[in-house]
Ligand binder design. Structure first.
Ligand code: FE
Length: 308
């Protein structure tokens, strides 16, 4: 049976935290009875923070989705918009997460329990010594466009050969839809972002979090009276072989450098115009103060990519 909880069911769980860099709140959606072995149970919680808050670069030991619910800010150097989805593989550092002028609220979602954030730079060497990790992350905005009664719009970037996939679904009022298949994934989170999901006689309003394990029956999507928009997030299967990032073979006048922590690639030919670095800028001409746009690592943590 899927786990499912609406914000109105769990808002009493909200915990306030006074943090060194701004005030924050956390609300657990997916809770379990005392005594449950939660090792293999999913996580889903809402993180809220005021405009002064910054979460330092860190990584987790598990694959993770994050969904912006409200407000704005930045993930590393990438601006965040409402309902943008960030996926990070296990052992991929990301951040800092900067909370915008009106604050930022986002959901953190995992298919299994995680021991918590591992912060950089202090755990940089520990991270580098993790064998066979395959760091990768992506932020992508959903497309809820619908012309008929229902729409299922796959994300184009958030996908891999291990079952990772994400979909933006939209249903007109009272329409029904079988959720995208979850049986070949490592589990599926469903996030109601607008309207409501009717399930077992109850109307689950946004924001609602549900989780379906690979061996459980899929959650039927039934829209409430105001319709339904939801994100369907499929985790990769566990224990797949790590894949070494390779650059397509080509003769290059310019070189390619890769972040040893998060696998971000700096291509001298392309530069980083959004970061003020013109195309064709040599690595040695990139300022020493420049940091990785995904995980804030310094230039010293980059290595030249071997061109296959
Ligand atoms: Fe990086």
């Amino acid at each position: 049976m899927p786990h499912i909880a609406a914000h109105e069911d769990v808002k009493a769980n909200r915990v306030t935290r006074e943090l060194p860099r701004g005030k924050g709140w956390r609300t657990n959606f997916l809770t379990f009875p005392d005594g449950t072995d939660v090792t293999e149970e999913p996580m889903g919680f809402l993180v809220e923070g005021d405009h002064e808050r910054i979460i330092r670069p860190h990584y987790h030991e598990n694959d993770q989705f994050q969904v912006v619910v409200d407000g704005g800010g930045a993930m590393g150097k990438h601006p965040l918009s409402q309902f943008a989805v960030h996926f990070s593989r296990a052992y991929t550092p990301y951040g800092p997460i900067t909370f915008g002028d009106s604050g930022l609220s986002f959901l953190t979602l995992r298919a299994r329990k995680d021991p918590g954030a591992q912060y950089l730079p202090e755990l940089r060497d520990k991270l580098k010594n993790i064998p066979a990790r395959s760091p990768w992350q992506m932020t992508e905005a959903p497309d809820f466009t619908r012309t008929g009664d229902v729409a299922v719009n796959p994300f184009t970037q958030i996908k891999d050969e291990r079952g990772l996939a994400a979909y933006a679904v939209s249903l007109k009022p009272h329409a029904t839809l079988a959720a995208p298949d979850h049986t070949q994934s490592g589990g599926q989170h469903i996030i109601v972002t607008r309207g409501s999901l009717a399930y077992q006689g109850k109307d689950y309003k946004a924001i609602t979090i549900a989780f379906v394990k690979p061996d459980e029956a899929g959650l039927p999507l039934v829209a409430g009276a105001d319709g339904l928009e939801a994100l369907v997030l499929n985790y990769p299967r566990k224990n797949a072989a790590a894949r070494k990032h390779t650059i397509t073979a080509q003769s290059r006048e310019f070189r390619v450098w890769q972040c040893a922590l998060c696998a971000f690639v700096y291509d001298e030919a392309k530069g980083m115009p959004h970061d003020g670095i013109a195309p064709g800028t040599r690595w040695e001409d990139v300022p020493d103060t420049w940091t990785c746009p995904d995980c804030a690592a310094s230039k010293a943590d980059f290595a030249m990519e071997v061109v296959a």
